[in-house]
Design a protein around this ligand. Sequence first.
Ligand code: SF4
Ligand code: SF4
Length: 176
Amino acid sequence: MQLTNRSKQVSNKEMTFSERMYLPAIAGGLRVTFSHMFKKGATVQYPEQVREHSAVFRGQHVLKRDAEGRENCTACGLCAVACPAEAITIVAGERQKGEEHLYREEKYAVQYDINMLRCIFCGLCEEACPKDAIYLTDRIVPSNYEREDFIFRKEDLVETVALEGRIDITKRQKDK
Ligand code: SF4
Ligand code: SF4
């Protein structure tokens, strides 16, 4: 049965003297190799060099605070449920009296971990969050040698209280 019409008859003709020497074929191969030496390389020397990303690039997450510096996350768990890679682990806690300046609502995340080895940077956690608490940023997750170092804890994810240290996610949101 013939599946395509691209089949070719195999030639059994005798090789010529120059074909038996293989020199023309070797010279042809070297010509291709040398021609690539003078072309601009496709690779970059990461991490010294970083490629320019698209405005909608999805990188390392950030847990946002409100204008008063309180954590937005209420540990509702919707991001963890939406995550197709099951990369998010949350432990909820109850806000105590006197902690109103730390957490915006009565519940907050005592523990909030993202396993960056599982994460596929789909952005579904960001879409699911009803509290504007989690966003993906244009930051690249740093390379590492230990698997444990790819579990990002709440301390690694939550942004600084100081306004000047905050991560601007508005450009990505605008171009989405
Ligand atoms: S970006 Fe996607 S895979 Fe990564 S934590 Fe969020 S929902 Fe999970
Ligand atoms: S980040 Fe958003 S969706 Fe996830 S637990 Fe916190 S408030 Fe809920």
